[in-house]
Design a protein around this ligand. Structure first.
Ligand code: CA
Length: 126
């Protein structure tokens, strides 16, 4: 949980509502931190919460994701024209899920907090 330390934006939003201690719960369809066009974003919390790991799809695959998201990813947005496969092991091995657009909760794929490598392809999912 990083809600209080997330960013200056959160702090200013709290001020904007009159200093009330309000924790906004973002809707499932809207990322608190948006995933830019052309990027694949892996979020540490479900429903696209927390500080995402972002990867420009044209920069290609990542065989060993950094510690910040290694075994921590809980939701994914693929805002690129390519396909993104997330694997439970390094080097694109083990079980994986193919992300065409977005997955709000990796628990539904038994992949929660099991994000170790990211394969970017030009093919289709499935
Ligand atoms: Ca997580």
């Amino acid at each position: 949980m990083h809600r209080w330390g997330r960013s200056a934006v959160s702090a200013s939003m709290a001020v904007a509502v009159g200093g009330l201690m309000v924790v906004c719960t973002s809707s499932a369809a809207e990322a608190a931190i948006a995933c830019p066009s052309g990027y694949v974003c892996i979020y540490p919390d479900i429903n696209y919460g927390g500080q995402p790991y972002v990867r420009r799809a044209s920069d290609g695959s990542v065989s060993d994701l950094p510690d910040s998201i290694d075994d921590r990813g809980s939701s994914v947005i693929n805002n690129s024209t390519r396909t993104a496969r997330i694997y439970v092991s390094n080097g694109y091995s083990g079980r994986h899920v193919c992300v065409r657009s977005a997955i709000a909760d990796l628990r539904s794929y038994d992949m929660n907090d099991r994000t170790r490598s990211l394969k970017i392809n030009n093919d289709a999912c499935g």
